[in-house]
Design a binder for this molecule. Structure first.
Ligand SMILES: [Zn+2]
Length: 89
């Protein structure tokens, strides 16, 4: 992860990290520009998953149904599948 100085745009170096909680940290950085030399704190935090962990994907209801024996899977599909639409006469 590249960090740039918010004041001059020069590259910055991360000096240390201070955890706030399991999903957020404060990142302490110093600007590499000798003319600027700013020291600043960034906040790094978890926002959302682009792809959930594999353990969640393989534990999903879809995966559980897909791994059932064919007869059990057919019973579940028959029970929850929409009924065929009959023409209204
Ligand atoms: Zn700077």
């Amino acid at each position: 992860m590249r960090v740039t100085c918010p004041h001059c745009g020069a590259r910055a170096i991360v000096t240390h990290r201070k955890p706030i909680n399991v999903r957020a940290s404060e990142i302490y950085a110093v600007c590499t520009s000798e003319e600027c030399a700013a020291r600043f704190v960034l906040r790094l935090s978890y926002q959302y998953d682009v792809t959930p962990p594999v353990s969640l994907l393989t534990d999903s209801l879809y995966e559980r149904i897909a791994n059932l024996p064919p007869a059990d899977r057919a019973r579940i599909i028959a029970a929850f599948a929409p009924k065929a639409q009959l023409p209204l006469l």
